[in-house]
Ligand binder design. Structure first.
Ligand SMILES: [Zn+2]
Length: 461
């Protein structure tokens, strides 16, 4: 470990600081709190240094009372400060930012180098299940994690879950830039973003949805985020950012390491006989009813396997993905991933599709009446097992049968189909990362990923 920023005589401790649910619809954002907290820690560079990029951990996206993003933020620092001092600094920041009456904020701080297994296990489950606040609190009490919550304190679940996900496997980066004033409308030149996207892909992803001509790096809410650029390495997102500079109303930026774009929430296998609402995951099964479109443009079909049956839905916002789903046929063996929507009095549980892989497609045939062997005219059936008769020359035969022609399938076996980019969840693994992801992660593990202090953050100038 590099210790050059720290006086060798000083005692240092490692702290893992988890934060969640300080944002609300009124326009705060936990990443912005983290940005400010990092600025605060780095003010006194000799006492504290980051040992990782700030982590942006996305948790189960299918929990309805959380925002779609369901993000937890984690700072991992080495510091001369005591737990009491670190805790006070973080708590003050939470109090200052999480002022909305909907912010059920949570702050958790673990001191130590090795994350306990119980925390890692809690974190693993938080990617695809609903985790309870009481379990989070009992784990924290047992281990001696210090915590602080506001209002319903639901954010403690995410704060603890974030700490436990050290992003040891596949991960990506996001550069998030913040604006000075939230009253000034975000105005970023679209052509610049299209150019940046073209130049930097595949080392960046989901900046621009070509199919729907939509820019994806700028949010639309009242929050302080100006834009976010996602990519494979810190260098990649920084270079992409440089391409769209200068920007009006820019306060500063920070680079986060994240599980976004990794599909981490869909590793779990869903058991249809033990269906739980809001679970995310994947399963294999056979298409048991023909797909159909319902009002609003949503596409539905039923899937079955040894454990049970479930309706699967590709909702309207998934765009062209629905056409792929429509081309499924009864009997097709498929793998699907997504989240379970809760059963209500009006409808049963539904799997909201996030991806589709046809594993074995059935052959489709069209049957046609035979051609007359004498005059090449069309023949008609004389009735069941009665043979065919020519309409033109009246030739009849009991030994002629209908001709069968195989119809080509629109779908390709073992190919991955995803919703349109604009409908992707933060955790959705985009198509390009299946091709390039592996290589990029290996690059990431070496030179490019080293913590580059200057890149993490540019505080206001
Ligand atoms: Zn004939």
């Amino acid at each position: 470990m590099i210790r050059k920023f720290i006086c060798p005589k000083a005692q240092t401790q490692i702290f893992h600081i988890g934060l969640d649910d300080t944002d609300s619809s009124e326009g705060m954002c936990t990443t912005f709190l983290t940005f400010n907290l990092v600025s605060r820690f780095l003010k006194d560079k000799n006492k504290t240094r980051l040992i990782d990029y700030p982590n942006l951990i996305r948790l189960n996206p299918n929990i309805p009372w959380k925002t779609r993003g369901n993000a937890s933020l984690v700072l991992r620092i080495e510091s001369e400060l005591t737990m009491a001092e670190v805790f006070r600094m973080c708590k003050n920041m939470v109090d200052r930012f999480a002022t909305s009456k909907h912010a059920n904020a949570g702050l958790a701080i673990f001191e130590g180098e090795k994350i306990p297994d119980t925390v890692r296990e809690f974190s693993r489950r938080a990617l695809f299940k609903v985790q309870s606040l009481s379990e989070a609190i009992s784990i924290m009490d047992k281990i001696g994690i210090r915590y602080y919550g506001l209002r319903k304190r639901q954010g403690l679940v995410g704060a603890l879950a974030g700490i436990g996900n050290e992003l040891k496997h596949d991960h990506t980066f996001e550069l998030i830039a913040y604006r000075k004033s939230c009253k000034v409308k975000r105005s970023i030149d679209k052509s610049k973003i299209i150019k940046m996207d073209y130049k930097t892909r595949p080392s960046t992803y989901n900046s621009y949805d070509e199919e729907n001509n939509r820019v994806l790096i700028t949010p639309h809410g009242p929050d302080p985020v100006l834009l976010g650029i996602r990519g494979e390495t810190p260098r990649a997102v920084k270079q992409a950012f440089d391409l769209i500079l200068p920007l009006k109303n820019l306060l500063g930026y920070m680079i986060f390491r994240s599980n976004q774009g990794t599909g981490e929430h869909l590793q779990n296998v869903i058991d249809l006989s033990k269906l739980k609402a809001y679970t995310s995951g994947k399963l294999k099964g056979t298409v048991s009813t023909r797909p159909h479109i319902e009002r609003g443009g949503h596409v539905f079909f039923e899937l079955k396997n040894e454990q049970g049956r479930i309706p699967c839905a590709a909702y309207e916002p998934t765009g062209n993905f629905r056409m792929k789903v429509m081309s499924l046929s009864e009997g097709d063996l498929v793998e699907v991933g997504g989240g379970i929507r809760k059963k209500t009095s009006r409808h049963q549980s539904v799997l909201n599709l996030e991806y589709l892989i046809p594993r074995k497609l059935v052959s489709l045939w069209i049957e046609k009446n035979p051609i007359c062997p004498k005059c090449f005219g069309k023949m008609n059936s004389e009735g069941r097992n009665q043979g065919f008769k020519c309409k033109k020359c009246a030739f009849t035969s009991k030994f002629i049968s209908k001709s069968r022609t195989e119809v080509g399938r629109e779908l390709t076996q073992n190919r991955l189909y995803l919703p349109d980019m604009k409908a992707h969840r933060h955790l959705t693994k985009p198509l390009q990362r299946y091709v390039h992801g592996k290589l990029q992660v290996e690059i990431g593990r070496t030179e490019q990923e080293r913590l580059v202090r200057d890149w993490i953050l540019t505080p206001k100038n």
